[in-house]
Design a protein around this ligand. Structure first.
Ligand code: FPP
Length: 252
């Protein structure tokens, strides 16, 4: 990853990509395998995506690995998913570090076990000074949880008297949320055919381009990412304004 030059057109590349990795269960069902086999296969797709993003010169990648709502799944599936994350972090941390990847985990750590929390702290500490791809993994994360904890932080400051309620603006709320140090995702990719956000980064995705594909997550490979990037490069992003070329032509 480190040795390769970015191959994308930097003026048309998303700086930050967010991904909802959906379809692991259906991938496994199609093969008459248990759902957990789908999650294991999904790890290979994660590895490929991280490498490809490095090759393409993407600055940040945020993966939705386990949502606040995923706690409702059968206990055995929850344990397998969390165990898979622990093992993957242990196995891949040094290789990612060698490739200059900075790793960060977002989400409600109070619900994760002590072993997983310790491993998270270890990989975050190991890679904190890396300057390559910024990899964020959302674990026990929900957009509503994120907004709630941001409100609590600001409310605590109001309560202690260091902040007046009238002073709270969008920037301040933005700073209290997860990912405040990164530009919001420019592109959201969701695999598995569903067209919804499922409580992912609700605030941060306000102006993201939304790309949905029927490809099931374990099958998602380099050409699939390239298709999304080509689609993104063709999007006209107005951020609530008007297209400059169009408005100039109309007023002439
Ligand atoms: C959704 O598929 C996928 C998940 C809930 C888990 C995704 C997690 C991984 C691929 C592991 C990531 C690990 C790291 C370390 C980044 P689903 O089970 O909802 O599939 P279905 O919609 O077909 O049932």
């Amino acid at each position: 990853m480190k040795d390769q030059q970015p191959t994308g057109d930097p003026t048309r590349l998303p700086r930050h990509i967010a991904v909802v990795m959906d379809g692991n269960g259906r991938w496994a069902k199609d093969r008459r395998m248990p759902r957990t086999a789908g999650h294991r296969a999904g790890i290979n797709a994660v590895r490929t995506l991280i490498e490809t993003c490095g090759h393409r010169g993407i600055r940040a990648l945020t993966l939705f690995a386990f949502s606040s709502e995923n706690w409702r799944r059968p206990q055995q599936e929850v344990s397998t998913l969390l165990d898979l994350m622990l093992r993957t972090m242990r196995k891949e941390a040094s290789r990612l570090h060698e490739n200059n990847v900075r790793i960060r985990i977002i989400g409600d750590r109070d619900r994760l076990g002590a072993t997983l929390c310790r491993q998270i702290e270890r990989v975050e500490e190991l890679t904190v000074d890396n300057t390559g791809l910024h990899l964020v993994v959302a674990v026990s994360y929900g957009g509503r949880w994120d907004m709630t904890q941001a409100c609590r932080r600001l409310a605590a400051r109001v309560e202690e008297g260091s902040l007046h309620a009238d002073e709270i603006d969008e920037g301040m709320l933005d700073d209290a949320l997860e990912l405040s140090d990164l530009p919001g995702p420019d592109l959201l990719i969701r695999t598995g055919g569903e067209c919804r956000l499922s409580n992912f980064l609700l605030w941060q995705l306000a102006y993201a381009e939304l790309y949905f594909t029927d490809v099931l997550w374990p099958d998602f490979r380099e050409p699939d990412l390239d298709r999304a990037l080509v689609w993104f490069a063709g999007r006209e992003r107005r951020f609530g304004g008007v297209d400059v070329a169009l408005s100039t032509a109309e007023s002439a």
